[in-house]
Design a protein around this ligand. Structure first.
Ligand code: ZN
Length: 132
């Protein structure tokens, strides 16, 4: 592969919209199937090979989950533990939650819409109305 080609591919992959997290992972097979994983920043964290990483997760890169289809919308942050996203697929909306706990790899989950704080949905709607 020519350098120009490699750069073009890298640019395309790293500029796609997605959800970023430190060592981001999911245990949800649907999300695994719907998205691809792109490393967007080098590993950081604990690199000590003698460390058992008991109180923290080992070093990991910043990983972006990029949906292969649909459009991703950021719903907001609950000011505590979670960030919420909406993935609009043809005829279906999926609600995603990013768990960002200090010293732990970030986890992406698929959640029931009832678990999205209502104030975030209301704020999102207001923002949308303002943009139009
Ligand atoms: Zn460690």
């Amino acid at each position: 592969m020519l350098l120009e080609e490699a750069i073009k591919t890298a640019m395309e992959r790293t500029q796609k919209k997605g959800v970023d997290g430190w060592g981001l992972y999911t245990r949800n097979p649907r999300l695994e199937e719907l998205g691809e994983w792109v490393e967007v920043a080098p590993p950081r964290g604990c690199f000590d090979p003698r460390c058992a990483h008991n109180s923290h997760d080992p070093a990991a890169p910043i990983v972006r989950w990029v949906p292969r289809e649909g459009t991703l919308h950021y719903l907001g942050y609950d000011e505590r533990d979670y960030e919420y996203y909406l993935l609009r697929l043809p005829g279906e909306d999926l609600y995603l939650r990013l768990r960002g706990e200090e010293f732990c790899h970030d986890r992406l989950e698929l959640i029931d819409p009832s678990r999205v704080p209502e104030y975030l949905l209301v704020d999102y709607l207001k923002k949308k109305a303002f943009e139009q």
